[in-house]
Design a protein around this ligand. Structure first.
Ligand code: ZN
Length: 153
């Protein structure tokens, strides 16, 4: 019996011996998250899977042409919530764009040189697949005197 910590809810769970790499507990919400992560990755990595999913969705919409319209008519709060979210998403996007454009450098303007890339640990609750990194220019003459080489001098 191996006890692990779930990467989704951070609670301890007993891993199934049949699944050596099990990272999510059996909690339905965590299993949903695991499937969504798998599908997001598959959609990015596998063009055949992506095409297949799109075909299936298209075929389903053709078979059920009234579904979306009927659902929206029966659930007006859903439409309202969606509109609100869409508005706030585009506002967030604008804010983010402003924020990042202040610090970003177009790739063709980054001077050639030696850089240190440091992985920044984000909060465990922050569910992102992206690696947040800090890129700092390193002086070629001095970089060996820092960090790892320090102990040997
Ligand atoms: Zn969990």
């Amino acid at each position: 019996m191996v006890t692990k910590i779930c990467v989704c809810c951070c609670e301890p769970f007993v891993a199934r011996p049949q699944v050596p790499k099990q990272a999510f507990c059996a909690n339905p919400a965590c299993q949903r998250e695991r499937r969504q992560q798998w599908q997001r990755k598959k959609m990015l990595d596998d063009p055949f899977y992506r095409e297949n999913q799109q075909d299936a969705q298209r075929a389903w919409r053709t078979r059920n042409p009234d579904y979306s319209r009927d659902y929206r008519a029966a659930n007006p709060e859903y439409t309202q919530k969606n509109r609100k979210q869409q508005r706030s998403r585009s506002q967030d996007g604008q804010a983010l764009e402003k924020q990042t454009s202040d610090v970003s450098i177009p790739p063709n303007e980054i001077p050639p040189g030696i850089y240190r890339i440091r992985h920044i640990q984000v909060d465990a609750n922050c569910k992102t697949d992206a690696w947040i990194v800090e890129i700092t220019p390193v002086n070629a003459d001095s970089f060996c005197k820092t960090d790892a080489c320090k102990d040997r001098t």
